[in-house]
Design a protein around this ligand. Structure first.
Ligand code: F6R
Length: 261
């Protein structure tokens, strides 16, 4: 795991955007795995700026989002399809047909999960998977105790996740209780993983993910098994790490080819 601690969420998001932009420039037909939520918003804004001001070209990019609420149609303002269109896709030159979000309204949700896995495989696999981190250590909607080898499936959202995400729904009662999510195994298959976590509320999950044991109680700890996982933190989300000085030391002594743009 590569751990990059930056002074602020702003700096962390700009770094994340530069890593993705570099990939898009080097591989114009790359397959990106994307996340929703508060964490990557600034990163998407920066990619939009790079598109507008520096001509960053998304015309051949394919995307797969991590998850979607069961029962919410694409027209629902709290659906993740809506989120992606609103905060990213409609501001760049991506071919919307090349953007994929699981269909939470599919009549046969199990068939939808299998089809999603097939589409990812048919696209050649994911080059880079962007991830946020749940306060309880979830990635995608893989909640604690879910299998670390899972494929795209239907998960029951934990009470903690419902509480954390209920703000935009107005109330907890208005929230769906289930989601389709890429499995932990699906995420680990990405050639590269890029996880962002900011703010004090994520500090405990960050410790469990990086310094805790590999454990289904913290699904994000599965990234310890990934050959190319990068974690970007800010001061507050990294505050409880025991070996933060070590991660900073490593970051400061990188060889030129290991340095980030
Ligand atoms: C979103 C997702 C979730 C979020 C996580 C953090 O597509 O898969 O795992 O990344 O819940 O959410 P925020 O960024 O809102 O704190």
């Amino acid at each position: 795991m590569e751990i990059l601690i930056r002074e602020s969420q702003e700096a962390g998001c700009l770094l994340g955007a530069r890593i993705i932009a570099k990939l898009v420039r080097e591989k114009p037909a790359a397959v990106l795995g994307l996340a929703t939520g508060r964490t990557p918003l600034r990163l998407y804004q920066e990619l939009i700026r790079l598109h507008r001001e520096e001509g960053l070209d998304f015309s051949r990019i394919t995307t797969f989002n991590l998850d979607e609420y069961v029962g919410l149609p694409a027209t629902h303002p709290q659906s993740y399809r809506w989120f992606m269109d609103e905060h990213f896709f409609r501001h760049i030159n991506i071919d919307r047909r090349q953007t994929h979000v699981p269909d939470g309204t599919a009549a046969d949700l199990h068939a939808e999960c299998r089809a999603y896995e097939r589409k990812i495989a048919d696209a050649g696999g994911i080059d880079l998977q962007l991830l946020g981190l749940g306060r309880n250590g979830h990635i995608g909607f893989n909640e604690p105790t879910g299998s670390l080898r899972s494929r795209t499936w239907i998960k029951i959202l934990s009470e903690q996740t419902l509480r954390d995400n209920s703000e935009v729904f107005g109330s907890l009662e208005a929230m769906p209780r289930h989601a389709i999510t890429m499995g932990v195994g699906t995420i680990l298959d990405a050639r590269r993983c890029l996880l962002l976590a900011f703010g004090p509320a994520k500090a405990l999950a960050v410790v469990n993910m990086i310094e805790g044991p590999l454990a289904a109680m913290c699904p994000a700890s599965a990234l310890q098994m990934h050959p190319r996982a990068t974690v970007i933190l800010d001061e507050s989300s990294s505050a409880a790490l025991q070996y933060a000085d070590h991660y900073r030391w490593i970051d400061q002594h990188k060889l030129d080819w290991q340095k980030h743009p």
